[in-house]
Design a protein around this ligand. Structure first.
Ligand SMILES: Nc1ncnc2c1ncn2[C@@H]1O[C@H](COP(=O)(O)OP(=O)(O)OP(=O)(O)O)[C@@H](O)[C@H]1O
Length: 395
């Protein structure tokens, strides 16, 4: 009896202990990389300020924003290539803010692959290990492993000038990975590549990152790339993180007009037009609506051009469709499987996306249409659209 009691007590204590340490570990994993109040200026130019972020172990984060908003400088600061004026960078509980780059355990790939032209692929990849005085047999094992990972085994003995742009960038990636970094930083690694290679390498990077569970920060100004790749996106504007969240929350719930303007080709509509145009009452000064949340129908009023509606693309209206507002097609752009129409309505030019099913269904310029909004998708926006408030939405 006593033995059983003792055993029970012992078990529950050890289980409790295990549980606590598992919880502690999980909590530490959630805050694996912390950026606390980072700020940086070059002379009088403030590049970024008040950067606050918590990144989980294994997360893929994209820093997204227009040119000059401070993405690269922030990434370089995390790598230790730039110092910061204020704030801390914490990795796994350790403050690395003042450590030199080589002691941070961070790998970085730049837009322009800085490979050594006189070294073969395998030597380029082995360089970091050589610097760390890793033994030759271990070096060889790790180089061949990482070359296999980036699918370059067959190119190991080539020189950089004998490789395509995509292959060179994969060498750069292999070079960053071979030293087994804790964090991988990618500064627009795809932007010098053509569209097809870019898509392939993008998928490859994501697969490798997932298979290694590697905490990764990726810089781009391409919103499609950000939406496709990321666990979370940090949308940057003028040196601040304007909004952070997963792709769905950034795309469908922008915090303000700046975020809306950058993320989804949103239509921004002032309060005074929201009612006549959409049939939407708003207390906010502006509302935003994605192009795919607007629907086109033939104009059945006497002014409509009945004989031109024969091939009108059928688009069932959503349950909560607005009453409709007459408009006129001004032009269209073909975006692959989407046709984006510009439609004039109440003095505004609005973007409307329609599935590109058939060339016969393309709507001609000057056609009169009715425009209906999906009222469930209307986003009311705050007043100060350029304010750099940071909203965290893990949604
Ligand atoms: N070494 C430097 N000295 C002075 N100003 C700099 C320096 N590096 C960057 N800047 C300035 O800091 C601002 C942010 O630059 P940064 O390269 O971080 O932006 P970015 O968002 O990465 O832009 P891009 O997408 O064009 O690369 C820019 O105004 C740039 O001119």
């Amino acid at each position: 009896m006593l033995a059983i009691d003792t055993a029970t007590t012992f078990d529950s204590q050890s289980a409790g202990g295990l549980l606590t340490s598992a919880l502690r570990e999980r909590a530490a994993d959630q805050h694996y990389l912390k950026l606390n109040g980072l700020a940086k200026s070059f002379g009088k130019t403030q590049v970024f300020a008040e950067i606050e972020a918590e990144i989980a172990r294994g997360e893929f984060i994209t820093l997204l924003g227009p040119s000059g908003c401070g993405k690269s400088t922030l990434l370089r600061a995390i790598a230790g290539l730039n110092d910061v004026d204020a704030g801390q960078i914490i990795v796994d509980g350790h403050d690395i803010t003042s450590l030199p780059p080589q002691r941070r355990g961070i790998g970085m790939v730049f837009q322009h692959y800085a490979l050594f032209p006189n070294m073969r692929v395998a030597e380029n990849v082995a360089f970091g290990l050589r610097m760390k005085k890793v033994r030759p047999e271990e070096r060889e094992r790790r180089v061949s492993e990482v070359l296999r990972l980036v699918e370059l085994t067959d190119q190991a003995q080539r020189f950089p000038h004998q490789l395509s742009g995509g292959q060179r960038q994969r060498v750069a990636l292999a070079r960053a990975l071979v030293v087994e970094p804790q964090i991988l930083l990618l500064d627009e690694p795809l932007s010098a590549l053509d569209a097809r290679i870019r898509r392939h390498l993008r998928d490859q990077i994501r697969d490798i990152q997932k298979s290694l569970g590697l905490t990764t920060l990726f810089v781009t100004h391409d919103q499609e790339e950000a939406l496709l790749l990321s666990d979370r996106i940090f949308l940057m504007h003028q040196g601040r993180i304007l909004q952070q969240g997963n792709a769905e929350s950034l795309y469908t719930r922008p915090v303000d007009a700046t975020a809306a303007g950058f993320m989804g080709h949103y239509n921004l509509i002032g309060r005074e037009l929201a009612r006549p145009l959409l049939g939407y009452e708003s207390d906010s000064p502006r509302v935003a609506l994605r192009p795919e949340a607007l629907y086109l129908q033939p104009d059945t009023s006497p002014q409509g051009q009945q004989d031109e509606y024969a091939n009108f693309p059928t688009q069932p209206l959503p349950d909560n469709a607005g009453p409709g507002c007459p408009g006129v097609i001004r032009r269209h752009q073909l975006l692959g499987n989407i046709v984006r129409y510009e439609v004039d309505c109440q003095g505004l030019r609005l973007n409307v996306d329609v599935l590109n099913r058939s060339a016969r269904q393309l709507l001609p310029r000057h056609l009169r249409v009715m425009l209906h909004a999906d009222l469930d998708e209307v986003q009311a926006l705050g007043g100060n659209e350029t304010a750099a408030t940071s909203q965290v939405s893990h949604g």
